[in-house]
Design a protein around this ligand. Structure first.
Ligand SMILES: [Fe+2]
Length: 327
């Protein structure tokens, strides 16, 4: 059946008397001229971001988690975590544009039921004796200094066999999943997975001993932007690059900026970083972020091992990645 509106619409478009009339006529067609000025233009000369260099102190977050442990039990908050929401305007949970971090605490005897989701996840264990994560049926110990991976769509649950609260830093790519919209989430039909074995070793667990050994054996960065640095293998979660970096007491890194977002968390040591002109004095367990294209430099006061997670490899895959180094 012919569309009776068509002659009128065609006429209105063809005979639009002014640009304003044309813009008006385009609205019901769900079109917008590419040439008009916009609050946010389509192109700009170099990266800028609403996300800010930001810092969360572990000692403060730990206090808040202890209060949460007193005030809310795991019936109400099965995963007792505090999300590090960047103070970017309009942001309500993301830590950087593509990544989100949270501090999480589990009390002795508590468990979190198994679930799985599209976003990839990792945990940097800050204080723990006896906590564990069951990933695809295998029990992974989570001891102080370990890094444990949960690639997307792996079943995972948590538990705690020890006798003191355990604390860790979660890192996920949920903001990226929200942007691209491939979110899936499922709760385990049996609530908990059957544990098939306790892993003596696993590609999903990097022990503190392994991390220290590997970083001590790493080569210095010839450009001086990083300390001795190792990339931890996480092929199943290509959106999150993971590095550990060794900075000697007194070492200063060369200033650089790049088109990637980075989250830092010192696993050992203390120091100061200047990110986008903001000075951040950090200690073990803290979290701080370098949003895209902010100048970054670190000064270690003590011997330091710095954990970093980044969307750099996502940017490289997309051929978007650029880096500049200060002279
Ligand atoms: Fe999860």
């Amino acid at each position: 059946m012919p569309d009776s509106r068509l002659p009128d619409l065609m006429g209105t478009l063809h005979d639009a008397a002014s640009l304003d009339d044309l813009y008006e006529a385009l609205i019901p067609m769900d079109m917008t001229p590419g040439w008009i000025d916009r609050k946010k233009p389509l192109l700009w000369f170099e990266p800028h971001t609403a996300f800010k260099p930001a810092h969360w102190r572990y000692d403060e977050c730990r206090q808040a988690l202890d209060a949460a442990g007193r005030l809310i039990d795991t019936n109400l908050a099965e995963r007792r975590n505090l999300v590090l929401a960047n103070p970017a305007e309009g942001n309500d949970f993301a830590t950087t544009k593509t990544l989100v971090n949270a501090y999480q605490m589990i009390l002795p005897g508590e468990t979190a039921r198994s679930h799985r989701h599209a976003p990839h996840a990792l945990r940097v264990i800050i204080e723990s004796e006896g906590a564990y994560s069951v990933v695809n049926g295998e029990k992974h110990p989570m001891e102080t200094g370990d890094i444990v991976l949960t690639p997307g769509w792996c079943w995972h649950s948590h538990g705690h066999d020890g006798d003191k609260p355990a604390y860790w830093l979660d890192g996920l790519d949920v903001p990226l999943t929200h942007m691209l919209e491939p979110m899936f989430f499922e709760e385990h039909p049996n609530e908990y997975e059957e544990i098939t074995r306790v892993t003596p070793d696993s590609p999903y667990r990097f022990t503190w001993e392994t991390i220290q050994r590997r970083v001590e054996a790493a080569d210095a960065d010839p450009e001086g932007c990083f300390g001795r640095r190792v990339r931890l293998e996480a092929d199943e979660m290509p959106t999150i690059g993971i590095f550990v970096e060794r900075l000697e007491a007194g070492q200063t890194t060369r200033r650089y900026r790049h088109s990637a977002n980075v989250v830092f968390s010192p696993m050992m040591g203390s120091g100061t970083s200047v990110i986008g002109g903001t000075e951040i004095n950090w200690s073990r367990g803290d979290t701080f972020v370098g949003p895209t294209w902010n100048w970054i430099e670190h000064r270690a006061e003590e011997d330091t091992i710095l954990f970093t997670m980044t969307d750099e490899f996502l940017m490289r895959f997309s051929n978007y990645y650029r880096m500049e180094k200060a002279d």
